[in-house]
Design a protein around this ligand. Sequence first.
Ligand code: G4P
Length: 536
Amino acid sequence: MQELKEQLARRRTFAIISHPDAGKTTLTEKLLWFGGAIQVAGEVRARKAARHATSDWMELEKQRGISVTSSVMQFPYRECMINLLDTPGHEDFSEDTYRTLTAVDSAVMVIDSVNGVEAQTIKLLGVCRLRDTPILTFINKLDREGRPPIELLDEIEEVLKIQCAPMTWPISMGKRFRGVYHLYDDTIAFFDPQAEKGTAEIIQGINNPRLDELIPDQVDEMRSEVELVRGASHTFDRAAYLAGKQTPVFFGSASNNFGVQSLLDAVVDLSPPPQPRDAIVGNSVGNSVDKLTRTVTPDEEKFSGFVFKIQANMDPKHRDRIAFVRVCSGKFERGIKLKQRSTGKTLAINNAITFMAQDRNTTDEAWPGDILGIPNHGTVVLGDAFSEDEDIQFTGIPCFAPEHFRRAQIRNPMKMKQLQKGLQQLAEEGATQLFRPIHSNDLILGAVGTLQFDVVAHRLEFEYGVDCFFEPYNVSTARWLRGDAAMIQQLAEKSGVNVALDGAGDYVYLAPNRVNLNMTREKYPDIVFLETREIH
Ligand code: G4P
């Protein structure tokens, strides 16, 4: 189908990754502004400020409707339709952040020129690496006295183990910041914080005499630096970028709008359209089902998509949720009949929503790369898939080992059943995980970020009527157990306090510390200890 080919070729689906305060919110807002999706810069930052200002969870509950809409932002830019997926990266850091990265085809990494590579960037890049996601880099805050650009590139290469290919090069920084030289277009964009779009003038050619006129005292330094950079750095190699081995680097200042348009242009020009995805498909053969692995390509005419995120909706009393579906192939049309993998049922999807220009609209059509929101009452699960007639399961949607653990306790023991139900249902949304140690009746909650415990306690109270609190629990990390079943059984019998079952009934080893984990590993060489497990 020609239309399908055209529509998917114009899709760009990406997320921004960064350490808190590097400028992700500012950049998101400026991208939306350059894309014409918002009229006044300030909307996104104002919302973030409002979220930060409140420590009251009721307030956050009220705002949840907003966070649903802002978690996916779709807008047209040039010949493309851009889908920008938000990865909550602040205190509300959770598994959703990680899993969202499995739903994109590329990412933009924001680095603060003053702070360089920071902890959360390293973590998030590690997740991108699981799928070799192509990464564009934006080095932000050039209007501040940051670290020398060469040093920043070295640090990215060394710490993140990815080649850097500078696409632009800054003319000094801080008070002396004058703009950037585009190494491939041979143009110079001059920085002017007063100009509406951050750029005063663009001139062609590094030997242009206008350059000597505009920055007489910096021009020599700039020319020799550019020569040095050309000689000493990697040249852009599209294949290496698409393979996740090289990152094109842009410099700018998001709050001053500077360098943002070049970055958006790079998303259009360099980033890949929707990519193929691996899946396990089942075909009925007589009475049995034959399972085989195959790659689903986006230009296949039959619709398919997978659920990478579940978010509770506005009204907590109704427990309705929105399942975020990444479209992988085919065309979505309102009313389309789709088979849901987890239930095996076929449903007519009449009420899916899209996220055009930040509004939730009931959608008539969507294409590969787009995100659909499907309202439901808990019947759609993480990792679920929807498809036309084929029994399909996408692989590579991970569940990550939590880094924080707490034991759930209640004040009123009569509410035990509600507590179990609540913890189980909230864990199904995917931001927390529930573990039940084999040798105790404890309910252990694991999360990637500690804020999730507050969220769960609050929601248990308001949605399930359970007054619950969380105690410290002596576990520092978890590993899923695979391999020799008898060995796993043996380990479970010997260290049943450390072996638990997760929500999916999988065996997990809960290690009090690294030393214990390493010793257990050595003792049970036939067991594989996995840091992530696939959702299935
Ligand atoms: P985040 O989402 O990654 O956490 O970062 P965010 O955009 O909120 O930016 C963090 C801080 O960095 C903000 O300052 C923001 O204004 C500032 N910032 C972003 N881009 C630039 C830039 O290019 N240059 C400079 N100098 N600063 C930048 P703040 O003090 O937290 O807030 P505000 O007072 O600016 O509102």
